[in-house]
Ligand binder design. Structure first.
Ligand SMILES: Cc1cc2nc3c(=O)[nH]c(=O)nc-3n(C[C@H](O)[C@H](O)[C@H](O)COP(=O)(O)O)c2cc1C
Length: 125
């Protein structure tokens, strides 16, 4: 399946993203920039990872980008501090991360359902 078809077929997204030098990385930006209409009126949640800030600064930064594409970034998020949660190369989630993931997916579903009518009217324009 082509990238455009994959994104077009989705109702919602979770971006799993690292933080580099207080920001998001270029492969993610390139993947976003490659398309436009396919992103519109869809929610996006974030699972970030990194060292000191667990990727949270990169998430705040990417929110500005996705709103330009009429995407709806969620407040609910999972932030993974690698130093504490990566053991022998394996992710060891704690209860807080598990709870945050459930909240993120619940909100993603609620928002995707609410935005679906907007997508159908946008497609008709
Ligand atoms: C050059 C460089 C800059 C980094 N900057 C940050 C940073 O600003 N904040 C942070 O939390 N982690 C930072 N990290 C840690 C990365 O987020 C971490 O290594 C992560 O595993 C990179 O993800 P990737 O291997 O999937 O690309 C940095 C790592 C490198 C090598």
């Amino acid at each position: 399946m082509r990238w455009s078809e994959t994104v077009d077929a989705a109702d919602a997204f979770v971006f799993v993203m690292p933080e580099y030098n207080y920001g998001f990385n270029t492969p993610l930006k390139n993947a976003i920039d490659f398309l436009y209409h396919e992103w519109q009126y869809k929610p996006v949640g974030f699972v970030s990872y990194g060292m000191t800030a667990a990727g949270t600064r990169a998430v705040q930064m990417i929110k500005q980008v996705v709103t330009t594409l009429k995407m709806y970034p969620l407040n609910e998020a999972v932030a993974i501090p690698l130093r504490q949660r990566l053991v022998d190369g394996e992710l060891q989630p704690d209860e807080g991360m598990d709870g945050a993931a459930v909240s993120l997916l619940d909100e993603l579903h609620r928002t995707a359902v609410a935005l679906a009518p907007l997508r159908s009217t946008a497609a008709a324009l």
